[in-house]
Design a protein around this ligand. Sequence first.
Ligand code: ATP
Length: 353
Amino acid sequence: MKILILPGDGIGPEIMTATVTALGALNDKCGLKLDFEQRAVGLPALEAEGSTLSDDLMGRIKATEGVVLGPCDTYAYPLPDEGGVNPSAATRKELDLFANIRPSRARPGVPALAPDMDLVIARENTEGFYADRNMFSGSGEFMPTEDVALAVRKITRQGSRRIAEAAFQLAERRRKKVTVVTKANVLKVSEGLFLSEVRDVAKAHLDIELTEVLIDAMAALLVRTPGAFDVVVTTNMYGDILSDEAAELSGGLGLGGSVNAGDDHAVAQAAHGSAPDIAEQGIANPVALMNSVALLLDWLGGRHGRDDLTGAAKRLDGAIDRVLEDPANHTPDLGGSAKTSQVGEAVVAEISK
Ligand code: ATP
């Protein structure tokens, strides 16, 4: 099975090197028979090929089931007709990666504001307020006059239903609790449609407890009772914001793993951005990208009924736990002084035990 490796921008190449080293060790240890192909994406690809994401590369991505994508510094990209294509948005749209799965779990040994947090956010990934992906043609954000700006938000029955189904399937494998987060008291039509689909899917999962929470209350409850949540299902932008909040509460942005999954493809991508402020210093935390790879292996294992891949995902997760237990392996974002490469080597050593 081929895995496509796309390092990306900013801290991307550094955290990708550490992650691929760990993945290589896992491949050997567990006999996974994974093949790796590495290609440039983002600013290095713009320089070499004139596009941050060429048609040729998109073809390779479409031909590969599992992709590991580094962070992309889209602020620094030129306009699309000058070669600046947002790889995250393009892959989510082209591969119809409708489910963005973002777990946040406090890890032993890592200082956390919410030490009992262990939740997964299932974020709808293809519509909502994201103007670059919720229209067939044109942008969902526009200005009818020079003093008026409008943004169109799209919620569909099908989009709501499939993320709801993904959330309940996740809950079946976890603590059997789903919290749906909306603003259905104000946005009664659009949020109401999302909520009604979640309620409908819940009828087929009577063993799972469904709780309904408004987004403003949820922002507070994540701080007040973080241990109360298991699977959280929500629309695109709320999911983006809540997952950063959850990652921070569970230890920091450098830990937040994420996978974008559709029916036929999955892309592992850390929840954080390219962090240009600390790029090329060798101090970025590779754990978020490693966690993302664990989620990808778990997804591939589930899809192909391959216990070796799901086992490898658990092995990687456990290795990360044991590495983080020792503060000597904490990068500066966690209050330590470890280098990116040191964390990578420590994870490899744990995997190889
Ligand atoms: P984007 O909009 O692309 O998601 P952002 O503005 O949210 O980006 P990030 O790049 O995610 O910002 O990071 C915010 C800050 O958090 C960075 O400036 C960096 O200092 C820190 N940070 C993010 N990821 C990491 C990491 N893996 N290791 C260490 N620090 C990180």
